[in-house]
Design a protein around this ligand. Sequence first.
Ligand code: FMN
Length: 403
Amino acid sequence: MQSSEIFNAARIGGIALRNRFIRSATHEGMASAEGAPTESLEKLYVRLAKGGVGANVTGYAGVMQQGKSNFPGMLMIDDDALIPAYRKVVEATHREGAPLIMQLAHCGRQTRSAVTGMRTVAPSAVRDPYYSEEVPHELTENEIKAIIDSFVKAAGRAKASGFDAVQLHMAHGYLLAQFLSPNANRRRDRWGGSLENRFRIVSEILAGIARSIGDYPVLAKINGYDGMTGGMRPEEAVKVAMMLEAAGCSAVEVSSGTIAEGLSIMRGERVPIDAVLAVNFKFASIPKPLKPLLSRMLPVFAPKSPKPLRGYNLDVARVIKSAVSIPVIVVGGIHTLAEATEAIVNGSADFVSMSRPFIIEPALVKRYEEGRQEASRCTMCNYCTIMVEKEPLRCWNGRLANG
Ligand SMILES: Cc1cc2nc3c(=O)[nH]c(=O)nc-3n(C[C@H](O)[C@H](O)[C@H](O)COP(=O)(O)O)c2cc1C
């Protein structure tokens, strides 16, 4: 493929994209208390669409209250009453020429009962290394079926709202990733053990969606690997991608890492310690006089991003791409035009997705296409990542004081 072809129209599962750049799912913290999209979210999606993205994936939307994020302002898709509000956002995005894909998620053990009001759940009663306050409740057969049903109903609501597709969040250590991972899934029944069993919840969701709403595109975001003992490895990720294709999935987006590994999903040179101390639930309530001491200690103990900091999912995406014929999307530290072009031209992926570059510059694709810019101004400071625990998404540009 020629380098300029990154700006040519392409398709995913019948959806027409005007180019090969996708805005990867990014929690915006801009939903109402009920999880409905707000005016500011609509404005953001319109800005992204006007700014030239090939397609936009929403921040993760909860399929049930039990699976709600620790971060406030999460989108929810657990109630038919939300459909009219979503319809408005979808129409506004479509008017600017970009498809809108809803990411569906259940956080499983990567959340807190203090937020959901319910005990956390997981495939097995194994404490999350980061959300370690409680041992999650091991899901029963009927509870697993209820979760499958919630994903299926959520996809139906997304379709009724006009979304072009849904994306199953199977990455970053959330519930579907917990089922896939022998680290979190110690079950000995038909939901655990062999890969086929660990994948069963996903195959039942896909089959359920196909049964209830027919031929509707379903994408999946998966981990190519993570850093957990007994977690996801590239060889297994390839098999997962092949199983997804066989089960009718329309495209696979390749990411990596879990919340417990610190800044491994979205990497950066440094952990923004002042932001962590200000808003992170583990530190926010620590008495003020202790904070200066902590701010000296934390840089030593906080887990550093693994290296490399750029293009860290390209290798595994390339292996996955050679094993499947559905489109492969790659995300993770691919921020410059040259990096994105190389990923496509070298055959690592069919599409490139970005998150942080669109926070600082929603119109980045247009600027790339018009030759006005060649690199994102994102410094990967990750203040955005930490601050969404308290405030709606925005670029902090490396300093809390900028707020
Ligand atoms: C503030 C923030 C929120 C995010 N929320 C989500 C999310 O809701 N769902 C998801 O799959 N990934 C989420 N991510 C991860 C990104 O989609 C992406 O995989 C990661 O940031 C690496 O890509 P980048 O280097 O282009 O930022 C989020 C990232 C950031 C910075």
